[in-house]
Structure formats: C-alpha cells, structure tokens
Design a protein around this ligand. Structure first.
Ligand SMILES: [Zn+2]
Length: 139
C-alpha cells in the first residue's frame, strides 16, 4: 500500500483520530431530530440500540432517514488522540440504501447533569440487562 493510500485510509476508515489534518466537508449536514412517544430499545450483546425513524439528515443533495442509534463507550473515534466517555452513532439510510452515520461525542459533567435523551434511556436500562432483551423507551 502506498503512503498516499495509507493517509487516505487513516482519514476514512473507522476509528478515526480527528485532528487538524482532516478538513471539514464543504457542506454541512442539515440534521432534523423528531420526537416519538416510544421506541424499541434493545440489548444487542455488544451495544444497546434504539430503533426509530424520527429524524432526517440532508447532505450533498441527498436525504437520509434515521434507522437507529447505538452507543460506544469509550468513544470509537478520538479528537487529537483523546477518547471520550461516550459516543452515539446515529445511523441513517437514503432511498437508494446509501448509509450515513453521524457520531456525537460526550464528556462527563462535573455536576452529574445529563441530556433529556440519556435520562429517558437510563430509566429503561435495567429492563434490558440480558443480551437479546428488548423494551420500549419513554417519550
Ligand atoms: Zn457504531
């Protein structure tokens, strides 16, 4: 493999160390999150996953619909070699079946505060302690 191919792989192959050598895309994704009364929440054995279609992303003239989101702890990706406490991957599909994944990195707070999304999910976590178990989230 050439040095150029190794450099390209370093930028596009997961996990990625995000640093100053990686340029931002020329256009930003337009993200819209919806709300649901409940969603399927499942223990897959290696992660927990929330299955829902309440959200879209428009990126490079293509629209993607949210399929699920799941968790990585610690984060899969790094910024300047630093891991984060949690990373959520929001997985989207376009009509032509193309996949788009948005990653959100989380840090622990000093006061223990969290987000509404994580609070709702934490309330149901004890219902899916066994791999393969499924429950429903709240709103
Ligand atoms: Zn993932």
């Amino acid at each position: 493999m050439s040095q150029r191919a190794r450099d390209v792989n370093k930028r596009i192959q997961s996990p990625i160390n995000l640093d100053k050598t990686i340029r931002a895309p020329p256009s930003k994704p337009v993200v819209k999150f919806g709300t649901v009364e409940k969603a399927e929440f499942e223990n897959l054995g290696t992660t927990v996953e929330v299955v829902l279609s309440a959200g879209t992303v428009k990126f490079r003239q293509k629209e993607y619909v949210l399929q699920q989101f799941h968790f990585h702890t610690p984060s899969e990706h790094r910024i300047e070699l630093e891991y984060f406490s949690l990373e959520i991957h929001f997985v989207y599909k376009a009509a032509n079946n193309a996949t788009l994944v948005l990653g959100a990195l989380f840090e622990l707070t000093k006061d223990g505060s969290t987000t509404a999304l994580l609070t709702v999910l934490a309330a149901s976590l004890d219902e899916i302690t066994e791999p393969g178990s499924v429950t429903e989230t709240g709103h």
